[in-house]
Structures are given as structure tokens and as C-alpha cells.
Ligand binder design. Structure first.
Ligand code: E4P
Length: 218
């Protein structure tokens, strides 16, 4: 499973990219708003830092406006993936943008039926929001399992499952087991993947024992 980071914070992206763990980036209007900067500047800077896909979302809700915004976003860099919502206009825009040769990420997906429509519309990525479903007391990961089964049943569907709204390391592991192709993970959760109390405890005791020998390796 590939890792995208779900942020528009360029310093976080640079730090994680330097660690070699990033396959791409996702942003959304709320994440761009947090930066307080123009979307074009933010996406351009991210695309210069990351070779993989960088998702930038349209804010229009009608087909024609979505296409105009999508083309503007796609013109920023060749690795931009245009995010459109899981609405009827969004599926139409996904098809049109894909036919124009752009990568399309269908976002705000909360059901397997929406994922099926997105794949039939030629989406490069489908973004099912696991955490927001869990927030309602539903099982977000079940939607990932359903989409995996549906896409595996029809080999003509080439869309990658991008598990989104990931809140915990457990979500990441469960998404990988459920067959998601990618998880987009907030920076703090991505860092937490490396943490285990037994690793810290073991390291502490190894270093204490080593200190008593008085040796150095170099
Ligand atoms: C995905 O592309 C979205 O930006 C993101 O995963 C939404 O996550 P949230 O539900 O934590 O806002």
C-alpha cells in the first residue's frame, strides 16, 4: 500500500518526503484555507517537492464550472490530480477531465455505489472517507472492503482505492489489510506509525547496558 500525506503544510511535506515515505499528497479546501495562502502557490510548491500525484480540489458544484476549475488546477503541474465530489456533476466532470488526460480523484465518497460510479467514470482515485463514517457509528472500513470486492470482480475498473479520513494507526493497518491501494494519512498519524512503547523501552535498556561497557563502535 502506498502512502500519501493529507496536508497542505509544505514544511511537513518536506520533512516526510526527506524520510522517503511519501508517494503523494492530498489537499482539500479546508487544508488549503489553513495555510492562508493562494491555492495556486501552495499546489505549485507541493508539486515541486513531490514527484507523485498531488490532489487539488475544485470548489465548484456545477459541471461546467468544475471543468473550468479542474483545467486551471491541472495546468499548475503534470502531477496534479483534480479532486471532484461524489455528486452527479462530479462524476460527469470526472469522466470529462479523464478524457482530457487529467488524473481525477473522486472525493467525499461514503458508499460502494459511489465508488462504482467513480470507477465507471474513469477516476484515477476514489477517496472513501473512513473516519467520517466511523464518527456516525458506522464501519468506514467495511466500505473499503466492499469497494475492493467490487473492483476485483470487474477487471475493467482501474481506479485505485485511496483510503481517506484516516485518523489512527489502526485505520492505516486495517486499510492495508482490506486491500486499499493507498492511504492518505495526516502527518501526526504517519509519525505515530513508527511508535511502540516496547521499542522505546528496549532501546533504553540496550543503551544503558552498552554504556556500562565503555566501548564505542567508531
Ligand atoms: C482526503 O482527501 C481528505 O482530504 C481527508 O482525508 C479528509 O479527512 P478528515 O475527515 O479528517 O477531514
Amino acid at each position: 500500500m502506498k502512502f500519501f500525506v493529507d496536508t497542505a503544510d509544505i514544511s511537513e511535506i518536506r520533512e516526510l518526503a526527506a524520510a522517503g515515505v511519501l508517494d503523494g499528497v492530498t489537499t482539500n479546501p479546508s487544508l488549503i484555507a489553513k495555510t492562508g495562502r493562494p491555492i495556486r502557490d501552495v499546489i505549485e510548491e507541493i508539486c515541486q517537492t513531490i514527484e507523485g500525484p498531488v490532489s487539488a480540489e475544485v470548489t465548484a458544484i456545477h459541471f461546467d464550472d468544475m471543468i473550468a476549475e479542474g483545467e486551471r488546477l491541472a495546468s499548475i503541474a503534470p502531477n496534479v490530480a483534480v479532486k471532484v465530489p461524489s455528486t452527479w456533476d462530479g462524476f460527469r466532470a470526472c469522466r470529462a477531465l479523464s478524457q482530457l488526460g487529467h488524473k481525477a480523484n473522486v472525493t467525499l465518497c461514503f458508499s460502494a455505489d459511489q465508488a462504482l460510479l467513480a470507477a465507471k467514470a474513469g477516476a484515477t482515485f476514489i477517496s472513501p472517507f473512513v473516519g467520517r463514517l466511523d464518527d456516525l457509528g458506522l464501519d468506514g472500513m467495511e466500505v473499503i472492503r466492499e469497494i475492493r470486492a467490487i473492483y476485483d470482480n470487474d477487471k475493467s475498473l482501474r481506479t485505485e482505492i485511496l483510503a481517506s479520513s484516516i485518523r489512527t494507526p489502526l485505520h492505516v493497518k486495517q486499510a492495508a489489510i482490506a486491500g486499499a491501494d493507498i492511504a492518505t494519512v495526516p502527518p501526526a498519524v504517519l509519525r505515530n506509525l513508527a511508535k511502540h512503547p516496547l521499542t522505546d523501552k528496549g532501546l533504553e535498556s540496550f543503551l544503558a547496558d552498552w554504556g556500562k561497557t565503555g566501548q564505542t563502535i567508531l
